[in-house]
Design a protein around this ligand. Structure first.
Ligand SMILES: Nc1nc2c(c(=O)[nH]1)N[C@H]1C(S)=C(S)[C@@H](COP(=O)(O)O)O[C@H]1N2
Ligand SMILES: [Mo]
Length: 238
């Protein structure tokens, strides 16, 4: 199975699980189940009516709102804060490494961010806390030739993004989600959150931020995902 087939199989399994759950609860609660589905729909509709400051709809096309981060897997890295190191390197004047404590001494931001998974779910307005990638870039001082950033994660996962997505004041290196330390499955101790692109660009178990003068496709990009991944342009598959 390729990744797309895997994702479809996962979605089918999730739908079936929901159905089985509903059937198990019985008819008395079928209405309640219906209400949940309806509630999802209402949220999706409401989000579609909302606009971003630049006039784009808040919800990108083909997305549906859910109230959690659907577990999407990936080969987990070490969640230990004491072992954590972030390497900021490549096409910069001041390459540096920072540990978890060091990261905590940098300016901390708390942002409500929307994330959009390429498989069709969006989690809107969750509270993410961490350090702006722009602030990390300001310390590293990218050379004028740096136009791309490769986000590096445990076990060789990478995601390539244009530097403008890293300089976006909403892009974070996040260590907390909804008031709690990041859960292991969500990338503990630290992950990237790049709200301007599909969520696969938001590398979990982040280990490095490499600036580059060249674009090098990452893990999913070489496996059929779009090289840029703009959700509003539905850049899902390459
Ligand atoms: N290191 C790493 N980061 C990753 C992935 C991965 O497999 N490995 N999957 C990506 C994908 S496809 C998505 S949708 C999000 C899912 O994040 P979540 O599991 O916290 O919902 O993480 C992204 N970051
Ligand atoms: Mo994803």
């Amino acid at each position: 199975m390729n990744y797309r087939e895997q994702q479809r199989a996962m979605e089918r399994l999730e739908t079936r699980r929901r159905f089985v759950r509903l059937a198990g609860i019985g008819t008395a609660f079928a209405a309640l189940g219906g209400w949940y589905l309806f509630a999802d729909d209402e949220q999706t509709k409401a989000a579609k009516r909302e606009q971003l400051s630049d006039g784009r709809p808040r919800l990108p096309p083909g997305q549906r709102v859910i109230n959690y981060l659907k577990p999407m897997g990936g080969v987990a890295g070490n969640p230990s804060k004491s072992r954590f190191r972030l390497k900021v390197h490549g096409e910069v004047d001041n390459p540096f490494e920072v540990d978890f404590q060091g990261l905590m001494t940098m300016p901390q931001r708390e942002l409500e961010l929307d994330v959009h998974c390429v498989t069709g779910w969006s989690r809107l307005g969750a509270r993410w806390e961490g350090v702006r990638l722009a602030d990390i870039a300001a310390v590293a001082r990218p050379k004028p030739t740096a136009r791309y950033v490769i986000l590096e994660a445990a076990h060789g996962y990478t995601a390539n993004v244009g530097i403008e997505h890293v300089l976006d004041p909403k892009a974070l290196v996040a260590h907390r989600f909804e008031g709690e330390p990041l859960a292991g499955r969500n990338g503990a101790p630290v992950r990237a959150v790049i709200p301007s692109l599909y969520f696969w660009k938001s590398a979990k178990w982040l280990t490095g931020v490499r600036f580059s003068d060249r674009n090098t496709s990452g893990y999913w990009e070489v496996r059929g995902y779009h090289d840029r991944g703009d959700p509003w342009l539905e850049e899902r598959y390459g």
